[in-house]
Design a protein around this ligand. Sequence first.
Ligand code: BGC
Length: 763
Amino acid sequence: MNADIKSLVAQMTLEEKAALCTGASHWTTTPVDRLDIPEMVVSDGPHGVRRVPDVHSISQKSLPATCFPTASCLASTWDVDLLREMGNALAEECIALNVDVLLGPGANMKRSPLGGRNFEYFSEDPFLAGELAANFINGIQGRGVGTSLKHYAANNQEFQRFSISAEVDERVLREIYLPAFEKAVKQAQPWTVMCSYNKVNGTFASEHYHLLTEILKNEWGFEGLVVSDWGAVRDRVAALKGGLDWEMPGPQERRVKAVVEAVRAGELDEAILDESVRRILTIVFKAKQTPKNGAFDVDAHHELAHQIAVEGMVLLKNDGLLPLQGQQHIAVIGRSAENAHFQGGGSSHINPTRVSVPFKEFKAQAGNAEVTYAEGYPTDNSFRQDMIDQAVTLAQSADVAVLYIALPTFKESEGYDRTDLDLTDQQIALIKAVAKVQPKTVVVLNNGAPVAMSAWIDDVSAVLESWMMGQAGGAAIADVLFGKVNPCGKLAETFPLKLADTPAHINWPGEAGRVQYGEGLFIGYRYYDAKSLPVLFPFGYGLSYTSFAYGNPKVSASRFKDVDGLTVTVDVTNTGKVAGKEIVQVYVHDQKSALVRPGKELKGFAKVELQPGETKSVSIQLDFRAFAYYHPKHKQWVTEDGEFDLLIAASATDVRHSLTVTLESTLNLPCLLDMESTIREWMDDPRGRLVFGVFYEQLESEFRKIFGGGGEFSDDEGGIGMDVMDMMGDMPLVSVLMWQQDALPMHPEDIVAGFLAQAHSLK
Ligand code: BGC
């Protein structure tokens, strides 16, 4: 322990220590004046700074700050450098606005597209989300401002978010819901991690010893403090024991008293309290090393928000109408053209420094074209045929119609989940009516999560997904529509055809206090792959105004040791007429494994900028974890000898090259055989096979004699019409021997115990 902090902890009274472990206000730690322990200020996050003027008040209009695009848009950039740059800018704003720790990023998985906070989360893929979160954190913390990685863990829905228990297997947690947190902790050491509201397998995340202490702190080496989500603590003493260092918000006199009493009663070891105090003080003093106040460059940050929005826009459909060129008369329709919909509702809501109005930005780039406007749909959910009629009249007389459609807040926000994937009835009717009279129709969407489009997508020429695009997004849309920039974003989540196709559909949103993660490892593209289900737009998909060819795929070794990893290389050529950026993805497919694995998993990606005709060689590293899976019995990440396919792809469904490599595992795992192990398990285990192999041969021939034949569906005289070996393979060895008990020299249990002793003694 740092000497100063150690001595401070020693000087603090029990009451002071208990008070420090709970906030002093909605946004501050508890200072201890007599020991010169200052207060630390935190603010939401994640895509802007929501600093209220008086940090001791609960809710006030926050100070102006740059509203960057939300996480769905950020993730679609697949641009780790840009996220670091955004982190730098956020840190500058925190410094100017006197904020020590920004509450973000969110690293939860998008289990269902219905999740109300999906707009605040990056992806359905843990590798991508982890890379983005780590870079975002490094960008902020590199400038001396802290972050809060949230919401740990399994916060994947808003329905009963304060209480519901996410029922998730250990393997699924380790492979799907935790890796983004793990990567961010290991690569970026966030100053704080925020626990989620919900329970995980029956225990509140705020009290979860396995998640907070065993995994986060002990296994991953998290050095910072764990803060509760606001109001997530039920039992303060249990939470301290679980590993929750700092409760927010405060003050909570009753909780402080409970901690003091628990220590006095010997119910809570004071060393546990001291450890939380140490963690909190370490971060409080670290924060104070960065002097605060000053100003930030409002223009430069607006421009950065603009650039990020450009990179995050995903062109979903284009039959050649885009980029717009040479039109005389353009009808712009939709109220989000005038009233930019650029962020989501809830705790992440930013008071922007300025807002680019999409319609104004559009007109500014439309040259001499006449640009007319109709509102198209109302703010509420009412159906207004008159607005549709007006839009149709306008569209009819124009060369092109551009529809700006924003999913309204009543359909998508923090606090509640969506109930469907649809736009409003009015919006769907509007698109259809306009497209009927104007085939050259472009739909520009503003939303934080996938919407269904089957009802109208075939009727329109182009669709641009522009997300909750941040305060400068209006300009970014115009840039893409007129070809000032070439769109390059790719989806970080699958757009399904319909709700009923989605992975969690029959296990959503849970009941009687529990939500069963029944789809297991198979969320997002892992699910659609496994089911061979068609989707509207796959993970990793996005169009460009140019085209790219992939060639000359190579791998650094065709046979390799897991710990050495590999490098995959591919040449990418811009085969079109304009400069553009391509996002290359590498997925790994394990040809054979002891436990079920998804058909392919993203394990690397790279973004490359290319001039027309230019070729660049792109290299992607794959490490041990790219090939490993979490074994619940071994309680560790394991690799197995064998063949793996490396899929070099432009999207999850557009694989351009496949290379096969052979992995040699360096692991020497302990033997898992026990009294219940099946014949197949004995024969699949290298030690089991050594010990039991010869006996197995005898056993097999005995069974052939008894049941006849032994070939497939043997129906010889005396046979029982089934494949003996298939039948026996999945029976415990001991049960098989029981049948033969009379013919055996010893009791079957003693025989198996002997085999087990031998197998477990082998190295
Ligand atoms: C949200 C957090 C947020 C906190 C403080 C909570 O309700 O879940 O994401 O950081 O409030 O506003």
